[in-house]
Design a protein around this ligand. Structure first.
Ligand SMILES: CC(C)(COP(=O)(O)OP(=O)(O)OC[C@H]1O[C@@H](n2cnc3c(N)ncnc32)[C@H](O)[C@@H]1OP(=O)(O)O)[C@@H](O)C(=O)NCCC(=O)NCCSC(=O)C[C@H](O)C(=O)O
Ligand SMILES: [Mg+2]
Length: 285
């Protein structure tokens, strides 16, 4: 499947140290999992977590879910050992935290070889260097680290995320320019479904592919928000049909629901249908 068409609606963090959560994830309807060795794992558990995760991935059972391992930074006491361990794990992607520039990605690639790399975008320097990070040949995805970003920017958390908008926008521009997957940051209040749904809707409107999550209760909300709705699917079908009709009569513009439809709208409509089909295929196993 074209990686751009693969669904990444729900991307769940699981602490690499928590065996019960590692097991539970085998049955959760998530599109991807971030197996975390960084912030979700206490310092004195780091070495054990690496071994626990290695065993869980060797055991398998995660099906079609994309397996992403977030290591500790290479400037920490655990980063190098994590990177060396990931090389031998059954992982699809290695996720590097607090990426500041393309040189950070190079340093990881020197250890992990040709394993695809995703970058946590969560520092002011990373924001300013988003374009060069996105252009790295091994980089295939961005994950927004909105907690670290808020800390570094000394912003307040607001429901409208206004203080975060320039950073989210910069990363989206860089990701789209290079054809990367772009995943939005976490919503910390994991019992607040309404707040999560609103933030997912905002992220989807902005162009993110999905949302990082911290608790199983968040999964269905993200899966719904980042999937094409029935109304979008219906509109896409009608736009394609209407355009085909006018095109056959030598015209370049159709009108559907009082709005123009040109070939670029048809391209978007085809993407909507392809995404819906990819979700169905994933669900069918
Ligand atoms: C937030 C939690 C600490 C809550 O844990 P807990 O109190 O155990 O929740 P529940 O009792 O409601 O759990 C119910 C069952 O679900 C399983 N569970 C819980 N969380 C997960 C999970 N993330 N993945 C899989 N399974 C999970 C429990 O084991 C229970 O199972 P069972 O007993 O079988 O019914 C906890 O949810 C948690 O630790 N979440 C992850 C936190 C995390 O990963 N944080 C780091 C990522 S956020 C970040 O760093 C972003 C970025 O870097 C930034 O800067 O923004
Ligand atoms: Mg972070």
């Amino acid at each position: 499947m074209d990686p751009r068409q693969r669904p990444y609606r729900s991307v769940l963090y699981i602490p690499g140290s928590k065996e019960r959560a590692l097991d539970k994830a085998r049955s959760l309807p998530v599109d991807a999992i971030i197996f975390d060795l960084e912030d979700a794992v206490a310092a004195d558990e780091k070495d054990n977590a690496r071994e626990t995760l290695k065993a869980a991935l060797a055991q398998g059972g995660y099906g079609a879910r994309v397996k992403i391992v977030r290591i500790n930074g290479l400037d920490t006491p655990w980063g190098h050992a994590d990177a060396e361990a990931v090389r031998d794990m059954d992982a699809d992607v290695v996720l590097l935290p607090k990426v500041g520039g393309a040189a950070d990605v190079d340093a990881l690639a020197a250890i992990t070889g040709d394993l695809p790399i995703w970058a946590m975008m969560e520092t002011p320097r990373g924001m300013l260097n988003a374009a060069q990070i996105a252009a790295h040949p091994l980089l295939t995805g961005f994950v927004m680290g909105t907690n670290d970003l808020a800390k570094e920017l000394q912003t307040r958390f607001r429901a409208d995320r206004l203080p975060m908008m320039s950073s989210l926008g910069l990363c989206l521009l860089a990701a789209k320019a290079e054809g990367l997957i772009a995943i939005d940051g976490v919503y910390n209040a994991f019992k607040d479904g309404e707040g999560l749904a609103a933030e997912c809707a905002q992220g989807r409107d902005m162009g993110f592919d999905g949302k990082t999550l911290i608790h199983p209760a968040q999964v269905e909300i993200a899966n719904t928000a980042f999937a094409p709705s029935e109304a979008e699917i219906d509109l896409a079908r009608r736009q394609i049909a209407a355009f085909a009709e006018v095109e056959a009569s030598g015209q370049g513009v159709a009108v559907v629901d009082g709005k123009i439809v040109e070939n670029l709208h048809v391209a978007t409509a085809r993407e909507v249908l392809a995404k819906a089909e990819a979700i169905l295929a994933l669900q069918a196993g």
